[in-house]
Design a binder for this molecule. Structure first.
Ligand code: AMP
Ligand code: GLY
Length: 458
């Protein structure tokens, strides 16, 4: 089995370890959390971004602006500055082979190579891999390449979800009964999908409650992070469009109110089995972060999808709790000698709330001024992460994407939520945010629904 980077890392990193220079690729709230965590542990950040994130800019030694798809530009910036390793926040560069590009040119990379990143890049591959390897944590599915195959799948599955086979920036999945009102709507959507992608996955719609398990993986040991729950819908009470995520919660025991220790162990086992199957089939180790998006269903935890990077905002929850040295965790992933004792998380709950342009995601109020009273926010012990904001002179402006994340910690999710909401008025502008992230009312509603479905027994 080819490990690829084994030869370069030990020797080269050994020489430069004291300098701790890191190339960070990406410019969102997730990358702001990565930058904060790395620089807290003494790393000098060299940030390659498609536009300036003012939070990352403040922490970075140097910034280079360029398209994230321009691997050569990112690599030359890294080389000029003699970085020790690179880490990438978003999925697209990883799925398109940025880790291979860097490692072939002898810069170690925290993130999987192209072949194994297909676990996110192709939903059809991911579903088939689990089926072929008898990892029984997936909904019934069909992979279709023609409209007549799609028609057959829709008839057979009745209640279904349609997923393009490829990256769609989180916007490609359509659910029957929500986004698709009839089978003919669904078929029209399939036509659209198959005009752009070779394949689509049509799968059974599963009812339950979603949660996220993120893990560090060095190709040998898998180390779990606290569970997180994201809130995908734009509006309170889970109404409105699907978004990149409007906020997220994690609990002090690193579980969630509706996920027991046994269920978390089950979810971890599913991720482990998938990684082993992936490596066996591809003949290559996966190294980096693996994100399992689960649904707690009647069948137990099932995989909705895998991502090959931290979640945004889920990275903000977990990295704010990481007591261990994240820089060391990155080196251990590269060297392939990570152990659970390298990764200790604070036993606190977190609530993260995203402030987004009004009208996001369909009709976002972009180029509108934002005013932030950082000191008032920090005085209350709340953390602030800039995401997609534009800085012009001294002013900050919205873009079409999520603007600012606030993160609070507490003894409980609810305490963290109250703390987070106590500072939102210190960010002013044409912004919208959900008012129910981490509230007891929303959690009780979710748990009641699970009880009614017969999924939750307590
Ligand atoms: P994905 O892009 O695969 O994360 O899917 C986006 C959203 O679609 C998920 O967060 C779920 O809410 C929903 N979804 C995806 N697959 C299914 C499924 N099989 N059953 C029910 N909902 C799903
Ligand atoms: N918050 C969802 C994701 O990062 O995929």
């Amino acid at each position: 089995m080819s490990l690829g980077i084994e030869k370069i890392t030990k020797k080269d990193i050994g020489k430069q370890k004291l300098m701790h220079k890191v190339l960070l690729i990406g410019e969102g709230g997730r990358e702001a959390a990565i930058a904060k965590s790395l620089s807290k542990n003494g790393a000098k950040i060299f940030a390659y971004m498609s536009f300036v994130n003012p939070g990352i800019e403040k922490l970075a030694e140097k910034v280079e602006i360029g398209p994230l798809a321009d691997f050569d530009k990112a690599f030359h910036f890294a080389k000029e500055n003699n970085v020790d390793f690179a880490i990438c926040g978003p999925e697209a560069p990883l799925v398109n082979g940025i880790a291979d590009y860097f490692e072939e040119r002898k810069i170690p990379f925290v993130g999987p190579k192209k072949e194994v990143a297909q676990i996110e890049g192709s939903k059809a591959f991911a579903r088939d891999l689990m089926k072929r390897n008898k990892i029984d944590a997936y909904p019934e599915f069909r992979i279709v390449e023609t409209i007549s195959e799609a028609e057959k799948a829709i008839k057979e599955l009745k209640d279904y979800v349609i997923k393009p086979d490829g990256l769609t920036g989180g916007k490609g999945v359509k659910v029957f009964g929500e986004h698709l009102k009839s089978d003919s709507d669904a078929l029209k959507y399939c036509e659209q999908v198959l005009a752009q992608h070779r394949k689509a996955v049509i799968e059974e719609r599963v009812d339950g409650e979603e949660f996220v398990l993120q893990c560090f993986y060095d190709g040998n040991s898998i180390v779990q992070m606290p569970l997180v729950q994201d809130h995908k819908r734009a509006l309170d009470d889970d109404n409105g469009e699907n978004t990149g995520g409007m906020g997220s919660i994690s609990d002090s025991d690193h579980l969630l109110p509706f996920i027991s220790k046994e269920l978390k162990e089950k979810a971890l086992e599913i991720v482990k089995q998938t990684m082993l199957a992936l490596e066996k089939e591809k003949g290559m180790k996966y190294r980096g972060i693996i994100y399992g998006q689960f649904m707690l269903s009647r069948k137990g935890p099932i995989i909705i999808e895998y991502n090959v990077r931290f979640g945004d905002p889920e990275a903000i929850n977990v990295l704010s709790l990481l007591n261990s040295d994240f820089l060391n965790v990155c080196y251990k992933i590269i060297e392939g000698n990570l152990s659970p004792s390298d990764v200790i998380f604070q036993r606190m709950a977190t609530t993260c709330v995203y402030l987004v342009p009004k009208g996001y995601p369909t009709n976002p109020a972009k180029d509108m001024p934002i005013e932030v009273d950082e000191n008032k926010i920090y005085e209350k012990g709340v953390e602030l992460y800039y995401a997609s904001v534009k800085r012009i002179g001294k002013g900050l402006y919205t873009t079409s994407s999520r603007s600012i994340a606030l993160l609070a910690k507490g003894e409980s999710i609810y305490e963290a939520s109250e703390k987070c909401y106590s500072v939102v008025n210190h960010v002013k502008g044409e912004l919208h945010y959900r008012r129910d992230i981490g509230t007891k009312k929303l959690m009780e509603k979710r748990m009641d629904r699970l009880r009614k479905l017969g999924i939750l027994k307590w």
